[in-house]
Write a protein of this length. Sequence first.
Length: 143
Amino acid sequence: MLARIKNFLSFLNGLLNFILYGRYDCVAAIILTKDNCIWLVKFAKEYGLPGGIVKHDESLEEAIKREVKEETGIIANSVKLFYSEERSGISKTFNVYEITNYELTLKSSLEGKPVKVNLVHLPKRMRGSHEKIIKLWLNQEKS
């Protein structure tokens, strides 16, 4: 029941942003650990990259730092844009940042809890295009 309430609140937040600001930008982060794992967020029914909606008065970089801190407790010291795509739905763009320099201060949020995941064994239930983005990032790292 609590998971449904959280999902509904997340939906309402997105809808409110759309009503107030029109189409919006989204951000997500690939947070690499020193032992070649990444931090994901375990939501009610799936796993995903930490991230969310860019508020109307903030930059993409400010948004990803805020979202990462809200969803995981991790404080990003620096971010590097890895991937950006234009979208045709209510989100205008999807922007993925790589974070390797951060302060590890883990905490759970209303949306989920941070989970360290081995890159070789990604969870089966991943949110949206997140698995595709992680694999794209892995292929770039190998070249």
